[in-house]
Design a protein around this ligand. Structure first.
Ligand code: PA5
Length: 425
């Protein structure tokens, strides 16, 4: 299970320390559904609900796609793709034999990015999973029209069989199109916002197509939410939420999330949306940023070590490596590296992480460590449940509605007006 190590943050706490009474209150507000945005807290029950509703159908659809296509094109933006992409890059960075490639489009308006994906797709057989809760978001809608045309050219009147839509159960353009064309559809539940939806069909269908064992993910997520229901300062979600809010109160208003696995990159993107969109409002919020260690120690290390002292650092560590890599001894030792010969690279990496932690603490950066057992389905599920629950608790502790995102509408109004969308004036 997730463990939080606050030893590197404790030197920066006041004598009062993190406010666990407030974390408890926020946790209860969340689970009783009595707080702001309570109508969007259905993610707490997603593992059980998905098993009761769509899991079998998700697995069947994934099998159909895996058996006939070399690729799945996932069309979606924000919460409609980051979780699946994070999971696939973390757990399946290289497709195994028989695993289709998964392309993510509809998360940009770049013509170059789209044409690069089309070039990579070539003449492969493919299916499309279009994901949009609202069904009206411009970026995925633009890509979807282009890929529908491509499907029609390639598969003629069988094109509709290659489209899987994940959207609202009742409303929206995508839902109407899906009904009209008979596309197999999956639901983004009404009470689950995009950034909390990775354990619904939004995340699970692309993950299953990529060859991730989503039953294991769902089982582990259910266990994790049960374990995280603990009402005590031993709860890792309380520890993380309360520590970061305590540090925020002391002026640490930027949080960098780091990990020593390059495959974590899109999980960090998922985390940034989760915390940024949930907490950055009403003039408040901790700015979420991410770094990739050890690579970024050679680019951002200077700033982290000695720039303005507003940073706190959260590091995700997988305690067990998936592969062994024994560093070889060399008789000449011309490169002078024999001092690490005979050690596994993961051990060297772990020493590096300890060294970085100490240096950053010495440099005035509070350090929180999230320990996860392994980079596997269980580790992924535990991490998702932990960060989601801590996010809800942390948002309530700072007295915002963690489940809305009114700010994201501002640019859309301008863009639609400037593009001449009818009725946008
Ligand atoms: O978390 C959110 O609500 C947003 O990031 C949405 O997921 C994103 O804007 C995509 O919206 P939609 O799924 O409606 O296309």
């Amino acid at each position: 299970m997730v463990k939080v190590d606050l030893s590197g943050a404790a030197p920066f706490f006041t004598s009062v320390g993190p406010d666990y009474a407030s974390a408890k209150c926020a946790h209860e507000t969340l689970t009783q559904g009595s707080g702001l945005g309570a109508e969007f807290t259905g993610w707490l029950q997603l593992p059980q609900r998905i098993r009761d509703t769509e899991l079998e159908r998700i697995l069947r659809a994934a099998e159909t796609i895996r058996s006939r296509s070399g690729a799945l094109v996932v069309i979606g933006i924000g919460g409609s793709y980051l979780g699946a992409r994070g999971a696939i890059e973390l757990l399946k960075p290289i497709p195994g034999p028989g695993d289709p490639r998964v392309f993510f489009v509809g998360n940009t308006l770049s013509a170059d990015a789209l044409s690069d994906t089309l070039a990579q797709l070539g003449d492969m057989d493919f299916d499309v999973n279009v994901i949009s809760k609202s069904g009206t978001t411009l970026e995925p809608a633009v890509s979807f029209r282009i890929f529908r045309e491509l499907l029609a050219k390639k598969y003629g009147d069988r094109a509709d069989e290659h489209i899987f839509a994940t959207t609202d159960a009742r409303r929206g353009v995508l839902k109407s199109l899906a009904d009209a064309h008979g596309w197999e559809s999956f639901v983004v539940p009404d009470d689950v916002g995009g950034r909390f939806s990775v354990l619904s069909a939004v995340g699970l269908l692309p993950m299953a197509v990529a060859g991730i064992d989503v039953r294991r993910v769902v089982d582990a997520a259910q266990e994790a939410f049960t374990a995280l229901d603990l009402r005590s300062p031993e709860n890792p979600a309380w520890q993380y939420a309360a520590a970061r809010q305590h540090l925020y109160g002391k002026g640490y208003d930027i949080e960098i999330l780091g990990c020593y696995e390059p495959s974590f990159r899109f999980m960090a993107e998922w985390w940034k949306q989760l915390y940024g969109e949930s907490e950055g409002k009403d003039g408040k919020g901790i700015f979420p940023a991410s770094v990739e260690y050890t690579a970024d120690l050679h680019s951002m290390g200077q700033f982290i070590q000695s720039g303005p002292r507003r940073l706190m650092e959260t590091v995700v560590r997988f305690d067990q490596s998936r592969s062994a890599c024994l560093f070889p001894e060399e008789s000449e030792n011309a490169d002078g590296l024999n001092y690490i010969a005979g050690r596994d690279l993961s051990q060297v990496c772990s020493v590096a992480a300890d060294a970085v932690k100490q240096a950053h603490i010495d440099g005035g950066v509070p350090n929180l460590v999230i320990h996860l057992p392994r980079r596997d389905e269980e580790g992924f599920a535990q991490m998702v449940c932990f960060f989601e629950l801590a996010c809800g608790i942390s948002g309530y502790m700072s007295q915002v509605n963690p489940f809305d995102q009114p700010g994201v509408e501002a640019y859309k109004k301008n863009m639609f007006r400037m593009l001449g969308k009818p009725g946008a004036d």
